[in-house]
Design a protein around this ligand. Structure first.
Ligand code: ERO
Length: 319
């Protein structure tokens, strides 16, 4: 039977699967369910300095396209960063069993100062929780994504590096242009404390329309929201592989379009060390983890891979 254990920043991890931030991780009962699940690691909902209600409902919808045979699972959301506030997730981090599985704390401050205040508190709290700074929230009305503003991204990474002085990671938006992969990677590579990069957040500002009612699926922002699920898999794989190739000193976490062992395998093959599940976790709940792990192990067995290191990052291209 395939060995699914892996390592993340030298920490042993039971397997490469975890939730995507925002899914099953907003309140303590959900975080506890993830802690008890088969996931190898977990991340809390991106938080702001103070609690937020987020955008009006309906603000998350799952939908399928392509007919029954295709069985696609897609989502659109404009949650607008509803969260319990940084102190709540810090309190959870202080009682989390980090030996059982690593916990990432995701922050998404509304201003640079808010991010730096949260970074300071996390540093002072001396918890083994791993900091992830979300540079890619697509859904706060009037706020553009830091990941699409390279000057702001550079400033933020400089300030967080000097304030935190410990390894941390960033959650990136998807990029769609080779020049943008190059430029983003060049900025990330200036900061050795940026130890990991999570690719990708949802594809921002999509519009899904119901044919019959001629109405948008979600209410906020005139129906515009972040796309997740099957539609985003190729974009996610491209971003994982683009940053894997360009950021050789950094670890990549893959996120986007994972619903079975197949997509988890593809993310690992493209260079991811950990693989997150979002839309399908929302649909299936934490019971998805043992299923996807069994499917991943079966694929590895079929291919004769004994460990993840046998194929991770070994994507072949056509000569
Ligand atoms: O609306 C949100 O809370 C949200 N949705 C996403 O798809 N990605 C995010 O990063 C995010 C909030 C930070």
């Amino acid at each position: 039977m395939a060995d699914l254990t892996t390592q993340f920043l030298e920490l042993p991890v039971k397997n490469p699967l975890m939730n995507a931030s925002g899914v099953w991780c907003s309140v303590a009962s959900q975080l506890e369910a993830l802690a008890e699940s088969a996931a190898g690691a977990m991340v809390s909902k991106s938080c702001t300095l103070h609690p937020r209600d987020g955008n009006p409902e309906p603000r998350y919808r799952v939908f399928g396209h392509g007919g029954p045979k295709e069985n696609k699972v897609c989502s659109i959301n404009s949650m607008g960063l509803p969260n319990e506030g940084f102190a709540y997730y810090l309190r959870y981090a202080q009682r989390h069993d980090h030996e059982n599985k690593p916990l990432f704390v995701s922050i998404s401050g509304l201003t640079l100062d808010d991010n730096l205040t949260m970074v300071d508190s996390l540093k002072d709290a001396v918890t083994p929780a791993i900091l992830e700074v979300n540079l890619s929230c697509p859904n706060v009305p009037g706020k553009s994504q830091i990941g699409y503003d390279f000057d702001a991204m550079d400033t933020l990474l400089a300030e967080v590096s000097s304030g935190y002085q410990r390894p941390f990671g960033v959650k990136l938006p998807p990029y769609f242009d080779m020049a943008h992969f190059d430029e983003a990677a060049e900025i990330l590579n200036r900061y050795p404390l940026v130890a990991f990069v999570t690719c990708i957040n949802s594809i921002g500002n999509a519009l899904v329309i119901d044919l019959e009612s001629e109405t948008t699926l979600i209410k906020p922002k005139d129906g515009f929201g972040g796309l997740g699920g099957d539609y985003v898999l190729p974009t996610a794989l491209a971003n994982v592989n683009a940053f894997y190739r360009r950021c050789s000193e950094k670890t990549i976490i893959g996120c986007g379009g994972v619903k079975s062992g197949t997509e988890a395998f593809l993310h690992l093959l493209a260079g991811a060390t950990l693989v997150q599940i979002g839309t399908s976790l929302y649909e299936e709940g934490p019971g998805i983890f043992p299923r996807v792990l069994d499917e991943l192990a079966a694929i590895m067995d079929d291919k004769g891979y004994k460990t993840i290191a046998d194929f991770r990052g070994k994507l072949k291209t056509i000569a």
